[in-house]
Write a protein that binds this ligand. Sequence first.
Ligand code: GDG
Length: 722
Amino acid sequence: MSKTIIISNRLPVKITEENNEYQLKVSEGGLATGLGSVYKEGNNIWIGWCGLDVPKSEEPRIKNKLAKENLAPVFLTEEEIHLYYEGFSNETLWPIFHYMSTYAQFEQTYWDSYKAVNEKFKNAVLEFAEPDDVIWIQDYQLLLLPGLLRDELPDATIGFFQHIPFPSFELFRLIPWRSELLEGMLGADLIGFHTYDDVRHFTSSATRVLPIQTSANIIHKEDRNIAIDAFPMGIDAEKFSALPKTSKVMEIINHYNEILGDVKVILSIDRLDYSKGILQRLAAFEKILLENPKYVEQICLHMIVVPSRDTIPQYSELRDNIDKMVGNINARFRTTSWNPIQYFYRSFPIEELSALYNKSQICLVTPMRDGMNLVSKEYIASKTDNSGVLILSEMAGASKELVEALIVNPNNLEEMSQAIIQALEMSEEEQQCRMTSLKQTVTKFDIKHWVKVFMDQLKEAKETEKSRRARHVNKNLLAEFSTKMRSAKKRALFLDYDGTLVNFKANIDDASPDRELYQLINKLSNDDRNQVIIISGRKHETLEQWFGHLPALDLIAEHGAWKKSGTNDWEETPNLSDKWKVNVRPMLESYSDRTPGSFIEEKRYSFAWHYRKVETGLGELRANELMSNMRYLTREMGLQLLPGNKVLEVKNAEINKGKATLEYLHNKQFDFIIAMGDDHTDEDIFTAINDVAITIKVGTSISEANYYLRNVEEVRNLLNSL
Ligand code: GDG
């Protein structure tokens, strides 16, 4: 039976040593809770660093202890932790991914170690993995792992989730090892991020850095499809809403009520990190005290900063700056009975956190960048009476879901301090209204929901891939086709040209047939039982130039507007009009003038607007614009818009390759028909003759064809073997 393997940098437990015995304590983090229901079942397992630097002799004991809990350790040396974790993960990737490029270190030793440790994780996974297993890799410390595992287990089901933002291409491109990182991630079948913005950024980086194609949220890479999607992570809402009702938490709440009286608490909880906007938050609070003396002794900022990564210079510097700023604000505004800021540089038990969430009037979550931010969701779930106001930075992934919060730009001090005042003055009714909605979101989209949706989609992506692969022409199918062909007396072979018989070239005129292709076509055509038909969107003049001299070949050009049988003359499809061109030409010309690198190819009954040499992204943008601008024209004039590979074609709606194929077959008797194509336009052929022919899609995108081949080389091999 297949099992699920979860892999993260850290295991979801803390290991301590007491009286020469190792003790395990399950972490309280959301991921540990959410995936707890998964890894503890059956043979499933969670693999990760055990958090300790132990002597080799101790490794077996730790392994045994963890194995009982379905956990498996990866042992990292102190040097690896320094170079791979603190170094590459937290001094290179973290700042770039959080838009703080000036903090990023591009050290070769960091990168070398990152690669080596990802290999180490790969070996740890291979100890357990079997071909049918579902593998789910977590976060930015393991970006190379999906690719490394894919090389070893080509058919495995691999999911990857990144918990931090994916930056825009302009930031990501700065990393010297950007291609390797993307190649690594694309080893997965499904890549998940918290928000759609991350999905967009990832896809745009991948298409700019690597030679890959995309359609909607699918990346086509070599012969694999990879799905990219947004899965906003939730929390264990049930746990956080139940906690304040426990006697332990109620006791803490009562204690706070006693010592704080009517002072309104503004809560702030973060790990120590420059991405969390802690200094900016302090500045906004200071501004309120400066400008609104009425709040003196009325409000208090309760600020918890959990120690983190303080071996890294920027972090210790940040800690010092927080110390200074808190000291300064407290010194200036305090009274003998009141401190404006209660600052704690340590972590607290979850009960303490729950009491604070429940007690606070305002939760101030204003990161400069955050993948999601779970504190904001925990605050909402903990508000048992639906009072309180969440102030949330628009730079946190959570802001995309928690729209009833007061959303602020953390760089805008004025806006932040106004939001705090608005929250302090907000009516009970409005608080209830906002909080009720927020709670519905947090309760419905909780951590269990997140795990389920990701897992379901991973399985679905794999199933779709499997069924596509099952349609790939393998040796057995080829033998079957050959047998059918051998026993047939009259055979038709419909072959698309660009992308099927020859590869794409930057210059459309460079894609002329090579010697090998001529030999192949001649070989096929020399057999009287075979009729080869080249069916293309190309101009008839071009097909004439390339194939006109081959007497046994039939040609269909311009998607069916022109036909030629053997040595006969070219025939035009009757009654086609080209009057519409007068109206369409100026529009295409204006787009060409505005888009360097694009050009118009004029055919008798169509125009093709090519953008294969246009800056990535701009071409697609203009093509989309052009499509929506032309929509009314095309409807009125009976035209069809065909988006292709870096080309947008406008043609008479009456002609298409499907119709042309059916017309060609009319009154002819063939007992074997095969059709191959790579493009949108070839789908019309497949739909038209699927039930009487062997139809083959070249590439990996979803198709009506019955079978698949990966590329031009495979097409030529197949034709040779037939
Ligand atoms: C990364 C991404 C993304 C905090 N103080 C204490 C404590 N905490 C707990 C909170 C919360 C967690 O730590 C912090 O989670 P965040 O989501 O806010 O931030 P990161 O640690 O940076 O997490 C982030 C997340 O991954 C998940 O994908 O949301 O964007 O950066 O759960 O409750 N817990 C205890 N004591 C504390 O003092 N017990």
